[in-house]
Design a protein around this ligand. Structure first.
Ligand code: SAJ
Length: 443
């Protein structure tokens, strides 16, 4: 069976079903289709499927013409139906793995996808789980579901975990260039997945097990989370010592080895970094191990919006003003620079805190035209509907305090600093500004 499946992959006869056509699944589907595979992009969002069927892209990194071409060639087949799994040789799961409101893993999307496959499992077939999850998910959750069909893993079907490493907005690291980790339930599983992913990705690395691959993803992202927490705390320490953290970081960078620069900010946003460590922590708690470092890192990173709120309060205090009734302009609400993704954005948490203190909050972010109550962490209906303000002299003059939360490249920092009085810079974005009107405070 393995040889038959590998042959179909090598000859590109193999049909691929990708479940979850989001920022991970869609680029993967387009890449396989461009290689000449028939690819079903399976998504329960009818609107997304219709968009794709019209050859339209809803992912910034995937150009319209790339989608249009493979759809018109009949190689990319968008559908809402799992029934197509009956005819695929490969099924790849790229569904979201968010947190619940209580910051615990929400595996419901993976379970739904796995059940959809299990009902239609046939031989031979490769299943690859890409969604970030805790070590053991593939072996403990997916494998038993598939084995119930009476088929043998590593013989009749092949099961791997292969972490997604898509980096939205990062043109330097396109999908084909990002090394792909593959960990199989059996060595044969890893081999089959290796032959599949090698068709579209330059470097594929087989590791010894699915749970090793699951751990690698969490390990690499928890590394970021902890190091960002470290530099966030050091920014608070340096403030107390009257030392410029940004100069300290630049100084440490001169060493040139044994040090990797991270930068303080208003908090940690995104769909990976603040989320993934919780999958590990939650799993370890279940095993009776209280993971301390991640717990402390989370506390520090989650506290940053509050810390920035405190700085804003002190700055307004110097003007004899209170937060209550002050006009605060937030520059940049995306979770990081030059993208339009606002998931878990710390700027939104900061805005919520300011609104709770009855400040008049408005924002300007060319990447994010509007905000609704559901965009804010608490999702309280009482939160405002806001629209991104045109960044002109009138908007700036309305602000008692301008807070730079996301350092988009499109902002003209010299012009901003020349046209307002007080700035709180949480990203050192104004470092190049000279002789300006504004008094600039920074983390
Ligand atoms: N952040 C800081 N200080 C830093 C770095 C990041 O405050 O020094 C903040 C960002 O502002 C953002 C959050 O942390 O709010 C996450 O930033 P990120 O640069 O880690 O960006 P992400 O979330 O897009 O992370 C992705 C990850 N890619 C995948 O998981 C496939 C990560 O592994 C990449 O290293 C990262 O992009 C990247 O390098 O851009």
């Amino acid at each position: 069976m393995m040889q038959e499946l590998k042959r179909k992959i090598d000859t590109k006869e193999a049909k691929i079903g990708i479940i979850g056509a989001g920022y991970v699944g869609l680029p993967l589907a387009v890449a396989f289709a461009e290689e000449g595979f028939y690819v079903f992009a399976i998504d329960k969002d009818q609107e997304k499927v219709e968009h794709l069927q019209k050859g339209k892209s809803y992912i910034e990194d995937i150009p319209q013409e790339e989608v249009k071409k493979v759809v018109e060639e009949g190689l990319l087949l968008p559908t809402v139906s799992y029934d197509v799994i009956d005819e695929v040789d490969v099924a790849i799961i790229t569904v979201p793995t968010p947190l619940t409101r209580y910051r615990e893993p929400n595996l419901s999307f993976i379970e739904e996808a796995a059940e959809g496959i299990a009902e239609r499992l046939h031989s031979p077939m490769l299943i690859s789980l890409e969604s970030t999850t805790y070590p053991g998910t593939t072996e403990e959750k997916l494998l038993p579901l598939f084995q119930k069909r009476g088929l043998k893993v590593g013989k009749d079907f092949f099961l791997v975990f292969s972490p997604e490493r898509i980096n939205p907005g990062d043109a330097q690291h396109p999908l084909r260039e990002i090394p792909k980790i593959v960990g199989g339930i059996t060595p044969q599983c890893g081999e089959v997945a290796y032959s599949l992913y090698s068709k579209i990705i330059k470097k594929v690395v087989i590791v010894s097990s699915a749970k090793t691959a699951e751990m690698i993803k969490l390990f690499e992202n928890a590394f970021r989370y902890v190091n960002i927490a470290y530099v966030n705390e050091m920014s608070i320490v340096c403030k107390k010592l009257g030392i410029d953290i940004w100069e300290v970081i630049e100084g440490a960078k001169t060493k040139g080895f044994g040090y990797i620069p991270f930068y303080p900010g208003p908090g940690v946003g995104g769909h990976c970094i603040p989320i993934d460590p919780h999958y590990l922590r939650w799993h370890l708690k279940g095993l009776g191990h209280n993971e301390l470092l991640l717990e402390i890192a989370d506390a520090i990173n989650m506290e940053m919006p509050n810390y920035v709120l405190g700085m804003a309060t002190d700055i307004l205090g110097e003007m004899g003003k209170a937060l209550n009734g002050s006009n605060i302009l937030i520059l940049g609400v995306a979770y990081k620079k030059d993208i339009s993704d606002k998931r878990e954005s710390p700027a939104l948490r900061l805005m919520e805190l300011l609104i709770e203190k009855k400040a008049n909050v408005f924002y300007s972010d060319p990447h994010i035209p509007k905000l609704e109550p559901k965009d804010f962490p608490s999702q309280k209906p009482a939160l405002p509907h806001l629209e991104s303000q045109e960044l002109d002299e009138e908007t700036l003059s309305r602000a008692d305090l301008v807070i730079l939360a996301t350092d988009h490249s499109c902002f003209d920092y010299q012009w901003i600093a020349d046209n307002c009085d007080y700035i709180l810079d949480t990203r050192n974005a104004f470092k190049g500004v000279k002789n300006c009107r504004a008094k600039i405070y920074k983390l």
